[in-house]
Design a protein around this ligand. Structure first.
Ligand SMILES: NC(=O)c1ccc[n+]([C@@H]2O[C@H](COP(=O)([O-])OP(=O)(O)OC[C@H]3O[C@@H](n4cnc5c(N)ncnc54)[C@H](OP(=O)(O)O)[C@@H]3O)[C@@H](O)[C@H]2O)c1
Length: 279
């Protein structure tokens, strides 16, 4: 087999592959199409729905898994963890020493993936849906198992999609799933309660949604390290003021324990997926 040299950062101008192009794969692909000149070869089990943004996009081509491997060297695997067994034989049949596979699957360990896909060129990631805007964040494990040139190429691709946070221990990806992979939905759920509350008090829904969205975005920006979370809370919590009343209820009603439980349930589900996929 002839190995082609790795062109490093330039690869981003070439083809990238996707196996699975649903919500997460589609979000990553959308960002990459917006921000680079790359073309995407995507394999899905059924045709993309007519409403999918990629159907009308001239840089996205749908093909087989074999086409994806023929065309691209960096390939995202963005199927559900439950589909990994269905898709793996095809991956193992086509992977060569030219390819690097980037899994976005929750829970499925790198060891399991290496064994199912018969390659060691595997990186695990945990992105989230905010990759569609300029606030994406991606937990990554396994980069250091790649050659320097491959690390650079993979990092260049991921950096287009968001802030890349390498984790030192693969198990940290379970926690990353709780706090970043799944958490946009938790914030939206809280936002729903906030918007509904404001609407009940007579505010227009659109105004309330903008107020909540801007507050979330601004609070997020102010949190960037080295910001001190205690100080940020203190800055809003005037003694005996409105925020103090709300925070006191948070502290005494069990809300914070329940919130911790939300993260724990997510973490446990990620662990269970990992355990169920070990063979
Ligand atoms: N959604 C999120 O916010 C999020 C965040 C972080 C990580 N993730 C991870 O991203 C992965 C995908 O999640 P998702 O929400 O994007 O799910 P999804 O919308 O259901 O997308 C799954 C994709 O996989 C394709 N697929 C299924 N079986 C296949 C096969 N045998 N060969 C080729 N393609 C196949 C599906 O194609 P068809 O529709 O044609 O079957 C679909 O394009 C999961 O592993 C999840 O853990 C998701």
């Amino acid at each position: 087999m002839i190995s082609r040299p790795w062109p490093g950062l330039l690869l981003i101008d070439n083809w990238l592959g996707f196996i699975g192009f649903g919500r997460m794969g589609g979000a990553l692909g959308h960002r990459l199409c917006q921000k680079t000149a790359c073309q995407l070869m995507v394999a899905t089990s059924t045709p993309l729905p007519a409403t999918h943004w990629a159907v009308a996009h001239d840089r996205v081509v749908r093909g087989s898994v074999a086409d994806v491997f023929r065309q691209s060297r960096i390939i995202f695997v963005a199927v559900k963890p439950q589909s990994v067994n269905a898709v793996s034989p095809d991956i193992a049949a086509h992977v060569t020493s030219d390819h690097v596979l980037i899994s976005v699957m929750a829970g499925v360990s790198i060891q399991t993936l290496m064994s199912k896909w018969r390659t060691t060129a595997v990186v695990r990631t945990m992105p989230n849906m905010t990759v569609q805007v300029s606030c994406g964040v991606i937990g990554v494990y396994g980069l250091d198992l790649l050659s320097d040139a491959r690390q650079q190429s993979v990092l260049a691709v991921l950096a287009v999609c968001g802030t890349v946070i390498p984790v030192a221990n693969e198990d940290h990806l379970h926690a990353f799933t709780s706090i970043a992979g799944s958490s946009p939905a938790f914030f939206y759920q809280m936002a729903q309660v906030m918007v509904a509350f404001a609407v009940r008090q007579g505010m227009r829904r659109a105004d309330a949604q903008i107020a909540v969205a801007q507050t979330m975005a601004g609070a997020g920006q102010m949190m960037v390290p080295p910001a001190d979370l205690d100080q940020l809370i203190t800055d809003v919590r005037s003694p005996n003021g409105t925020t103090h009343a709300g925070l006191t209820h948070m502290e005494t009603s069990g809300f914070l324990t329940h919130w911790d439980g939300v993260l724990s349930a997510t973490y446990q589900r990620s662990l269970a997926l990992a355990q169920g996929m070990q063979s």
